[in-house]
Design a protein around this ligand. Structure first.
Ligand SMILES: Nc1ncnc2c1ncn2[C@@H]1O[C@H](COP(=O)(O)OP(=O)(O)OP(=O)(O)O)[C@@H](O)[C@H]1O
Length: 223
């Protein structure tokens, strides 16, 4: 946690800031993807990130995740972070089971010997159960439907036991049951005090978020 936050309409103003971006710029070649973005993400809130294609939403998630170093500005966070990519980001050619996918999330909890201890194994089982994919644990990930894949990927994020959960379009193109399961899990995580940042075009996700950050041409338009 960083320090005391500013007030927010739907999150308690005592909630600590889990991640902070200040004056963040990202430039690809000559093309700016983010221009002077300031963001505070607070414990227990769901912050949705919306905006047209190419607005910089995925780039913002990458900066929050620490996987993209900004061209300018600062990122401050000490949070354990889980990043849940779009399901299309996992190639079908990978010979991994659903349990393997979820177990990868638990690796972030491990010490230097990288051995799955009882706590990590329990986190994997809990995440499989919460996302309704325990029965599919031995199946190849590539054999799953789109909704099942997205639930497995979110289970991977849950198994991390993160303070900051970053989601890229988690409900896009899903059947209703899978979309509902994902939105329930997101809300549950926020209820446990996890800060959730969710890039989405889904109007239901945006309506249910505590705050919506709109990006346009790499800039924050409104909050
Ligand atoms: N690795 C990269 N190399 C070059 N340009 C990139 C790279 N990643 C993103 N961009 C460019 O940066 C801009 C912002 O891209 P980004 O993917 O963050 O937008 P987005 O809002 O997530 O879009 P979408 O909704 O289509 O996923 C776009 O102009 C994109 O083409």
């Amino acid at each position: 946690m960083i320090d005391a936050p500013a007030a927010s309409p739907r999150t308690p103003d005592v909630a600590p800031t889990v991640a902070r971006l200040r004056d963040v710029h990202v430039v690809f070649g000559l093309r700016p993807a983010l221009c002077g973005v300031d963001v505070d993400v607070r414990a227990g809130e769901v912050l949705a990130v919306a905006g047209p294609n190419g607005a910089g939403k995925s780039t913002l998630l990458e900066v929050l995740a620490g996987t993209r170093v900004p061209t300018g500005g600062t990122r401050s966070t000490g949070a354990a972070t889980a990043f849940v990519p779009q399901r299309a980001a996992v190639p079908d050619s990978l010979p991994i089971t659903v349990r393997d996918v979820v177990t990868l999330g638990a690796w972030g909890r491990l010490g230097p010997w990288r051995r799955l201890d009882a706590t990590a194994r329990a986190a994997v089982e809990e995440a499989l159960g919460r996302m309704g994919v325990a029965d599919l644990a031995r199946k190849p990930y590539a054999s799953l439907s789109g909704g099942q894949r997205q639930r497995a990927l979110l289970a991977q994020g849950l198994a991390r036991g993160a303070d900051l959960l970053l989601l890229d379009e988690p409900t896009t193109g899903l059947d209703r049951a899978s979309g509902d399961a994902i939105r329930v899990a997101v809300r549950d995580e926020a209820g446990r005090g996890v800060a959730v940042v969710c890039v989405s075009h889904d109007p239901v996700v945006l309506a249910e978020a505590d705050r919506v950050l709109h990006l346009e041409d790499g800039r924050v338009a409104t909050r």
